[in-house]
Every structure is written in C-alpha cells, then in structure tokens.
Unconditional design. Structure first.
Lengths: 239, 258
C-alpha cells in the first residue's frame, strides 16, 4: 500500500481496525446479528433433516450416515467446529452487551418503568439464551454424546439407528417436557432475533422491514411447530 | 372560576429528592392541591414549589426553559414514562387534564450512568454535548446564509434530514431505553447531516467518532427494543439508528478513522 493511499483510507493498521470494531458496542451488535443469522440457518437445516423421521427409519438413518460420511468423515467435524465458534461468539458478545447494558442504567434504577413498545421476548433475551444453551448441552448429551438415555444398537445395515433412538427417547414423558420447554424458549428468542438482526445490520426499509418481520415470525412459529411436532407425535400417536 | 370551568384536582406526588450528586436520594410524598386541568405539568410543580417555599422548605429542582416544547430542557420520568403519558409531547406541553383527581404520580429523574443526577430531578446531560463535539458537525466554513435553493436537494432527502433534525436533545430516548443507550439521539444527529450535501463527506467518520464516544460516555448498547422511538417527544423514527449502524460498519470496513 502506498503512503498516499494510507492517508486517504485511514491511518490505522487493519488489525487495530478489527480489534476496535469487535470491542465497540455496534461491532458486538453486528456480530450478534451475523451469528444469529447463521444460527437461524442451522436451526432450519436441523429441522428439515429431522422431519425425515416422518418418512420412517430408512431415510432418517441414511441421512444420519450421510452426515457422518461427509468429506470422508471430516465434513461433520468442520461443520461442528464452525457451529461451536458461532455459538461461542454469540454467547460471548451477548453476555458482553448484557453486562455493558446493566452498567449503563447507573447506580439507581427506576421505581416505575413502563414498557411502551418492547415485548417480553425482547426483554428476556439473556434468560432465554441461557436456557437454550442448557437445552443444547442436554440435547448433545442426549443424542450425540450419550449418557442420558440408553442408545439403541446399530441397525441391520450397521448404521446408527437414529430412528429407534429418537423413538425410544420420546416415549419418556420428562424428556418430552424438556424438549417442549427448550423449543418454547427458542421460539421466544427467535421472535425478537428476527426483528433485531436486520436493524443491527443497518437494514431498514418502509416495505421490506415489516415484510421481514412477518416472514421471520412465521418462520419462527413453523420451526417451533416442527420441532415440538416430533416428540409430541411420537409420544401421543406412534405405537 | 367562571361557570362551567372544570374543578381543580388534588394529587399525590412521589418525587425523587436528592441534595447533590454525591448525596443519597429518596422519594418524598407531597400533596398538590388546587391543580387546574389547564395547567401544564411544570406549572403544577411550580404550584407545589410555591407552597414548599411558603413553608420554608427547599423547592423541588427540575430542568425547564422555553416551556414551548422546543428547547429540550424538561426531562421528567412521569409514572414510568419519559415526558409522561402523552405521545409526542414534552413534559412542559403535558397538561394536567390527562390526569384525574386523586391520582398518584411518581416523578423521577432520567436514570443513566452517563446522566448523573445533579439535584432532585435535574440530571447532567453534558454527555450529549460531548457526543456532538465528537462528530455532530460539518467541517466547512458555512459563512453567511446561502441563497435558498442554491444547492438543489431532492424533497425526499430534505424530508429525511428534517425529520431527524426535529430532535431537541432532551434525553428521553436514553431514559426510556432498557439499556440507557443513546442510539436514537446519535442516529438523529447523524441523519440530519448525512442526507444533505454538506454532511456527506464526513458521513462514516462521523458514525465512528460519535458511536465510539457514546461507548466511552457509558451509554448502553442498543438491543432494538424501540422504547426510545415510543418515548421521543419529537417522534424520531428508528430508521435513523439503522442508518447509524450502516455508517458505522461502512466506516470500519473502509477504515475511515482519520
């Protein structure tokens, strides 16, 4: 880079620019929005994959095998590592913003404070986020790592019997309750997230913003319905 | 009073009293009697203060100046709402006809780390001045008033700038925000300049300087509750905040830090 260009484009070295951005409150917001958007994508993909349970054992177990064999087995770990990084950033910057905001009110709070435009979902993002984190940890131990319920043997083709594993699990009432509670909190989290993320990215439009809000809420409810549909259908209707 | 005039009201006020910035404050209860529905909220407080002075007590300190809704000095949290229950109205333009005889009213100062209480209901909003110093200006010699329409500006852009310029800097946005964020104020001060040719050259640098300053002043981070938009007496739209985020990201990407 020539000296002239440095003067025009700014004096700070790139690394410093990145560090300043990440440390700023707007930078934290943008990271929340980008990681949140990526997690929306994951939640949708996760549900679409899982809905194959309604097609029976063969498609679901084949799908599980396909995920495990992506890139000779490396693909799944790449995706897992990326997801872990995204989730950890979302948590770290979320907590950072929460701490910043708690301090910002000052030493004395309000005796009376009315909410004029916000909603419960928006006011409880930190709480719903922490419960969702606990749910994710539970879910990983439940179906991926093992240790909560007994995992079934491999199916007749030597694959993980995903179908039987899920089927057996959701015949247990307390597990169904845990999943329904976890998904309810996820719905709450997504309800504010869908409105918040576009604004944080600086996207505001008289037509597209309300349209995105409606679409995001509808998508959130669909995700909720799909996700609780699996345990509820198994518990109440499957023999 | 003439026939047909509404009766006067008696109100119970719970008012935050604090001697100075370092003293601990507490709520004190006062009876406001003979309040006319035609009085403004500040005139009602004047009435209470006259009574306090008459009895040899310290009057309630509160900020006020023009009493016409344009200066941005009045600043009371009334029953949990900045500037009280009327939307798009400053405290000085709020009339007692919106209350009822026998009502209890809680009156508090703006609560924010960046707005320390000076005395009673008066807070120091100097942080807003420092935000303006950080970037709420254009670095051109404006000279005398230019001829009207010598710089043509499309109507739509002029309207966007004017809507933002309605901000009177009262701080209701900070008071209303669950996170005491100054985003609506900063967004308004940026937006009134970014839509006009004089403000364009420093558009993104301004975002960087003002928003970094807001972090330093101890304002919270915006989490998109939009309480500010509802509380703003000038009804500044959330659009100005989206513009501010966009400009900030653009500035960071382009390294407009000079």
């Amino acid at each position: 880079m020539s000296e002239g260009e440095r003067v025009v484009r700014g004096a700070k070295p790139p690394l410093e620019v990145v560090i300043d951005f990440v440390r700023s409150s707007v930078g934290a917001k943008v990271i929340m929005a980008v990681t949140g958007l990526a997690l929306w994508g994951f939640v949708i993909g996760h549900l679409v994959g899982n809905l194959q349970i309604f097609q029976g054992p063969e498609p679901l177990n084949a799908y599980g095998e396909m995920l495990h064999s992506l890139g000779h087995g490396a693909g799944l770990w790449v995706v897992r590592a990326a997801l872990l990084a995204i989730v950890l950033s979302h948590i770290f910057f979320g907590l950072r913003l929460a701490a910043m905001n708690r301090a910002a009110r000052g030493p004395v709070g309000y005796r009376t404070k009315q909410s004029l435009r916000t909603n419960t979902a928006a006011m409880t993002m930190a709480v719903s986020g922490i419960v969702i984190l606990a749910f994710i940890v539970f879910h990983l131990f439940h179906f991926t790592i093992g240790g909560i319920t007994e995992l079934p043997p491999l199916d007749e083709k030597g694959r993980t019997d995903v179908f039987l594993m899920v089927f057996q699990a959701f015949k247990t009432p307390w597990i169904v309750v845990v999943y329904v509670v976890g998904q309810t909190l996820l719905l709450s989290h997504l309800t504010h997230g869908t409105v918040s993320l576009w604004q944080s990215l600086g996207l505001h439009h008289p037509v597209w913003t309300p349209a995105l809000r409606v679409a995001g809420r509808a998508l959130g409810v669909s995700i909720f319905a799909g996700n609780i549909g699996i345990p509820l259908a198994i518990f109440f209707f499957w023999k | 009073m003439a026939d047909g005039s509404p009766k006067t009201m008696t109100l119970t006020l719970h008012v935050w009293r604090q001697k100075n910035a370092r003293a601990a404050g507490a709520f004190q209860t006062y009876k406001a009697t003979g309040v006319s529905p035609d009085q403004s909220f500040l005139e009602m407080l004047d009435l209470v203060n006259e009574d306090l002075i008459g009895r040899g007590q310290e009057p309630i300190a509160f900020d006020h100046d023009c009493r016409e809704g344009i200066c941005g000095m009045c600043s009371l949290m009334i029953n949990g709402e900045p500037h009280g229950p009327e939307r798009g109205t400053t405290t000085c333009q709020l009339h007692m006809r919106h209350f009822h005889d026998g009502d209890e009213i809680v009156i508090e100062p703006w609560r924010a780390r960046a707005f320390p209480v000076v005395r009673d209901l008066v807070v120091d909003r100097g942080a807003f001045d420092r935000l303006i110093q950080a970037g709420g200006y254009v670095s051109v010699n404006a000279g005398g008033a230019p001829d009207a329409n010598s710089v043509p500006i499309p109507k739509k852009e002029a309207d966007l700038a004017m809507d933002a310029a309605a901000c009177i800097g009262c701080g209701a946005c900070v008071a209303a925000c669950p996170n005491a964020s100054a985003m609506l104020f900063v967004g308004a001060k940026m937006s009134q300049l970014r839509h006009l040719p004089q403000g364009k050259p420093e558009q993104t640098k301004r975002a960087l300087n003002m928003l970094n300053r807001a972090d330093k002043e101890g304002f919270g981070a915006c989490r998109n509750h939009f309480e500010c938009e509802a509380a703003c007496p000038k009804e500044i739209p959330r659009r100005v905040m989206a513009e501010a985020f966009r400009d900030y990201v653009t500035a960071a990407v382009n390294r407009d830090d000079g």
